[in-house]
Write a protein that binds this ligand. Sequence first.
Ligand code: ARG
Length: 462
Amino acid sequence: MNDADKLWAGRFNEPTDAFVEAFTASVEFDKRLYRYDIQGSMAHATMLARQGILSEQERQAICEGLTAIGECIERGAFQWSIAREDVHMNIEAALTEAIGDAGKKLHTGRSRNDQVATDVRLWLRDEIDQVNRGIARLQRVLLDLAEREADTIMPGFTHLQTAQPISFGHHLMAWFEMLDRDHDRFSDCLKRTNVMPLGAAALAGTSYPIDRHYTAELLGFERPAANSLDAVSDRDFAIEFAAAASILMMHLSRMSEELIIWSSAQFGFIELSDAFCTGSSIMPQKKNPDVPELVRGKTGRIYGHLMALLTLMKSQPLAYNKDNQEDKEPLFDTVDNLKGCLKVFADMVPAIRPKRDAMRAAALKGYATATDLADYLARRGLPFRDAHEAVGKAVALCVEKGCDLAQLSLDELRGFSDRVGDDVYEVLTLEGSLAARDHIGGTAPAQVRKAIELARWRIDQN
Ligand code: ARG
């Protein structure tokens, strides 16, 4: 391309250095925004015509020209040019080639600074909707599994040591709650994303009699941004999105870790479907949980993107700076990986096969009902600290004998406290232990079912 064709070449005498041209260009990645660039331009032209700044014929030529360019891009027939730097100038130059002078008027009262900020917000707004749909889909499959497994007993852990018996459904509902907060965070981020920079122009606004409320309405924005300098330079919404994405990935990495541990031979609590695992090229016995491992690994790159965006904005003076061009690749990669992780998780969860006998056997080991025994003694008048002490001694005896609490004889148990009655074995059973925790947020299967029902209602409200 001849330098004279550049849309900003007026004051330049020398051509751009060839490497600098490629170095500063963003079209290779920002062409992905084309649909939003066209949408924003059409709204801008429509507003300009309504304000009498463009004629109706010019508006029509611009909108038809942009529609044709959009179709050409969809067909893969559009010639993207690095010399035209970015998606905005590629489309504007092609428009002028196609419709002549009216194309040159499209940029009236606008700058690429408010244009790009608008494009990214329009794009991210759609992506937030899709991410939230992905979260809701994963929540629904978790609810289905939790419902099937409300009565399944597994050991609950603290410090990854057996703590108390819990319902497997209850554990899955903990994941549901994490995801519910993620959904909320994205919805909240959407409020600050859905604000319109257009009309800020380069940084100070424009001398044309524009109607920003009308453009905002055409584009479905909540309102025009209140300050032109802030409008072109603010990327908080992108940082918030990356932060919400990082928290979501942190949650998915925790779920992944548990799936990996549970599917190991040593735990054997679940079996992942073959469709989500791969084998080893050397060890014939292996079935590796690659999908959760990869999700766990991808968490790192998403955190990296959050750091990239925070650092990109650090110390930037007002208003727009070219640094901001660097916001796109981290955002795009965040969105692509987030949607991929949510999809693969939602596909994988229904195919989890719980091994209920193994979970139950594990819950029977490790003295998971020791707290129930202490509570039992406390209910019978022994101060809780003394009860704790007595049960600790009973556990020590079990360790010595290699048996479980429920396998101690009544006499042996009475040796630790005379408050032990012959009904003690009821609290030492796994079912009794779960059923006793019968309050909001507790692991009693009846409560888990109530929680699931309420959760279904809650996500239907979203
Ligand atoms: N490609 C640029 C970006 O992504 C568009 C805005 C350029 N504005 C400018 N004044 N150079 O940020």
